[in-house]
Design a protein around this ligand. Structure first.
Ligand code: MN
Length: 302
């Protein structure tokens, strides 16, 4: 039988990797990844003794299932010439295809929630040890993508399903487990500015203009201020190479707000967020979600 690959977006995060593994298990497909996994995802895979999916480079001519993304810009090289058989996602829809396919999306906090919700009976059929692992991965992905339920993308369904999964996996202290996952990403000290910004970087097309937005979650925002000059310089160079605007969102998950750095038209940032900006970065209280708070606001001003 021809192999069907399941993968999430570039700069993979925990939801992308765990959703790909879980859905591949459910449907007997091959999980894959676009790029290196981060420290947080590594922690989760080790915790539940699950192998890292294999990397995939070019998917031209291959059969693929996309999870946790639907924009070609965030997908594998050669995606325009791949055969897409299915999409499961929770992001805004920017997708068209020349054939009817299965396209499952719901505005929930993670793709893992969508999978846990719609494939519950399939998951129950998995062999008991494997099932526990898959549920552990789905739980971790929900906690990660919702920033332990603090992100405004969080829904009641995310909380309900996460609690059910935690019970099945035998995790009592759900919030503590979530914070442990987030902390696994660790300090940014000692990392290069490029690796910090590019670890979770997505490209968007806003009215024909290319905008790149990176995000990192940290437990101590002061670490960001130590490297603010390098961040600005990196964003500026990156913009000049390839973008109309580049943005980097450093989210403090304890303080529940973000320092937003940018290179590009300042008035667009001021207009999008309704704030006055001095210089090229600004702290925005309550800003947690790129998808729900940064992307739609910026898109509107482009
Ligand atoms: Mn996601």
């Amino acid at each position: 039988m021809e192999e069907i690959y399941v993968f999430g977006h570039k700069s993979p995060d925990t939801d992308t990797i765990c959703s790909a593994i879980a859905y591949a298990k459910i449907k007997n497909l091959t999980p894959a990844r676009l790029g290196e996994i981060n420290e947080e995802t590594k922690f989760v895979l080790e915790k539940f003794c699950v192998e890292i999916p294999r990397p995939i480079e070019n998917v031209e001519g291959k059969k693929v299932v996309l999870v946790d993304h639907n924009e070609f810009q965030q997908s594998a090289d050669g995606i325009e010439k791949a055969e897409i058989v299915e999409v499961i996602d929770h992001h805004k829809i920017k997708f068209s295809y020349d054939k009817p396919i299965k396209f499952l999306t719901e505005p929930l906090g993670s793709t893992a929630t969508v999978i846990a919700k719609y494939f519950e009976s399939d998951i129950e059929k998995i062999e008991v040890n494997e099932k526990k692992k898959i549920k552990g991965l789905l739980l971790s992905a929900i906690l990660s993508d919702t920033v332990v339920f603090k992100s405004p993308t969080t829904t009641e369904e995310d909380k309900k399903i996460a609690n059910e999964l935690a019970k099945a996996v035998g995790i009592d202290a759900l919030i503590k487990f979530g914070i442990d996952i987030k902390k696994a990403k660790g300090s940014i000290r000692g990392k290069t500015v490029e690796s910090i910004i590019m670890a979770d970087f997505k490209e968007f097309d806003f009215n024909g203009k290319k905008v790149g937005i990176g995000q990192t979650e940290i437990v101590d925002i002061n670490e960001i201020y130590e490297i603010k000059a390098q961040i600005s310089k990196f964003l500026e160079n990156l913009k000049n190479e390839n973008y109309e605007m580049t943005v980097f969102v450093a989210t403090d998950i304890i303080k529940e707000g973000s320092e937003l750095f940018f290179a590009g038209d300042k008035s667009k940032i001021e207009k999008a967020f309704g704030i006055k900006v001095v210089g090229n970065f600004v702290y925005i209280p309550g800003l947690m979600s790129r998808k729900k708070q940064v992307v739609p606001k910026l898109q509107q001003v482009f």
